[in-house]
Design a protein. Structure first.
Lengths: 240, 222
């Protein structure tokens, strides 16, 4: 089946007209949930995801960590966020994403500063169009920074993969479904440490290296968008 | 408009000759910001002041708390923080006997109190045995972001004082971000509006003068 589907056009561009190493447009906004400690909304291509962050004493008490905070991300998809209605509630996939996002955020947050606390990250996917785990993580780290939780760095993520035998950046829905591989990755940009890396599909070592270097190149651009999102709220407060 | 240098989590901080203090972490003897905030330099120290952060209890902070729960000898108090605080019956101005706590303070009541003990795991106890500490019976409570509290108070209390004089209200600012406002209903509304403006424009320069003008105008309309 793989061979039958054309994902790269004859002119070398992808179906949606992007070049190999071109991202979909990204828009991030903070301060979208009034009563949350911090929040963010991200539009990554057609993905629409809202994130709210709450900091509080961990409950129940026996779940508290005496010397550090725990991070609980909860990824949830709306029923009609995908083409065919998704049965609401947690399933294997959403629990996996919740786990990897929690762990990626944990490595950025200065957990020792908030003993016994719990950082709740509620991620609601309103519309999904491939790459939601990375979009969720990117937005979550902005929301956590907006909440004023101490962080070592802003986590930034990106995906790459293999479609029609070629390595491409930021897979679209079709490339994700009918391509040969999908590699999401997230890093702490200051040190370049990898905090999330998964691979679904088959790639050769060269292709994998090409994909990661392509993502590393794209990260600073996403990072810049995260900073601008935080800054935008500040300039609004400035009355401008 | 003059603005201070803004930093994001992970940004390198040039300490020069100043001692790094709050809001940064060390890595390979270099310093990096922990918050999205502004750089604040004083004579000896350099700090990162976050735009937003949860309130963390500090001993001797005068705070406003809301009673959440009643135990046999203690009240559990919400102090606008991720962490609850405790108020023991012996730390009140009354002679409370155990099991009889709701006669003095009930769930939903507000108190003005002082943090008397706080430890490294952020447990804290508050005390009402001090001058001016009491139950807040009338008035309204609003909350502002904890990092904005110093601006609401102003240098030597001048910001809160002009708000009090021009709106003719009684105001208590808790260092945890809860603020108690009491007076005529219209005046209370005006005072709350004024505090909201200060909270919004906390990082701008010359705010006290602008607020004074704003309050004069408000009073003129009366």
């Amino acid at each position: 089946m793989e061979g039958n589907i054309k994902l790269i056009r004859d002119d070398g561009l992808r179906l949606d007209g992007r070049a190999n190493n071109e991202m979909r447009p990204i828009k991030i906004q903070t301060g979208v949930v009034q009563r949350a400690d911090g929040s963010a909304f991200i539009e990554w291509g057609a993905n629409k995801i809202i994130v709210a962050v709450y900091v509080r004493e961990a409950y129940p008490k026996h779940a508290q960590n005496i010397d550090r905070a725990i991070v609980k991300a909860r990824y949830n998809m709306s029923g009609y966020s995908v083409e065919e209605r998704k049965r609401p509630g947690p399933d294997r996939r959403t629990m996996e994403i919740s786990k990897v996002v929690s762990e990626a955020l944990s490595s950025a947050i200065v957990l020792e500063k908030l003993p016994r606390a719990e950082v709740d990250v509620f991620i609601q996917v309103l519309e999904a169009d491939a790459g939601t785990r990375i979009a969720s993580l990117t937005a979550s780290s902005v929301a956590v920074a907006d909440a004023g939780v101490p962080m070592r760095d802003l986590v930034v993520g990106c995906t790459a993969g293999k479609a029609d035998g070629k390595v491409v950046l930021d897979l679209s829905k079709d490339e994700d479904n009918f391509g040969q591989a999908d590699i999401p990755m997230a890093i702490l940009p200051r040190t370049g440490k990898v905090v999330l890396l998964q691979l679904d599909g088959n790639v050769t070592e060269e292709e994998f290296n090409e994909a990661t270097s392509m993502m590393m190149e794209a990260m600073p651009r996403i990072s810049e968008l995260q900073r601008n999102a935080l800054m935008d709220k500040y300039s609004l407060e400035d009355g401008e | 408009m003059e603005t201070k240098k803004i930093v994001y989590p992970g940004d390198k901080i040039e300490t020069d000759d100043l001692k790094p203090r709050n809001g940064m972490y060390e890595s390979n003897s270099e310093f990096f910001s922990e918050y999205f905030g502004v750089i604040q330099e004083s004579e000896k120290f350099i700090d990162v002041a976050p735009f937003n952060s949860p309130y963390l209890p500090r001993v001797n902070d005068k705070i406003i708390g809301k009673i959440m729960d009643i135990g046999p000898t203690m009240w559990t108090v919400d102090i606008n923080s991720p962490y609850y605080s405790l108020l023991h019956m012996n730390d009140t101005p009354w002679h409370v006997s155990s099991g009889d706590l709701e006669r003095y303070l009930n769930v939903g009541d507000y108190v003005y109190a002082r943090i008397s003990v706080s430890n490294e795991i952020r447990e804290s106890w508050i005390s009402m045995r001090d001058n001016g500490m009491r139950k807040l019976e009338t008035g309204r409570i609003i909350s502002v972001k904890p990092p904005k509290v110093p601006r609401v108070i102003g240098k030597g209390g001048n910001m809160i004082n002009i708000i009090k004089t021009y709106t003719d209200t009684k105001v208590i600012v808790g260092q945890n971000g809860f603020i108690w406002v009491d007076g005529e209903i219209d005046n209370v509304k005006k005072a709350i509006d004024a505090i909201r403006i200060v909270e919004k424009e906390a990082h701008t320069i010359g705010l006290t003068d602008r607020m004074e003008e704003y309050l004069k105008k408000m009073k003129g309309e009366n």
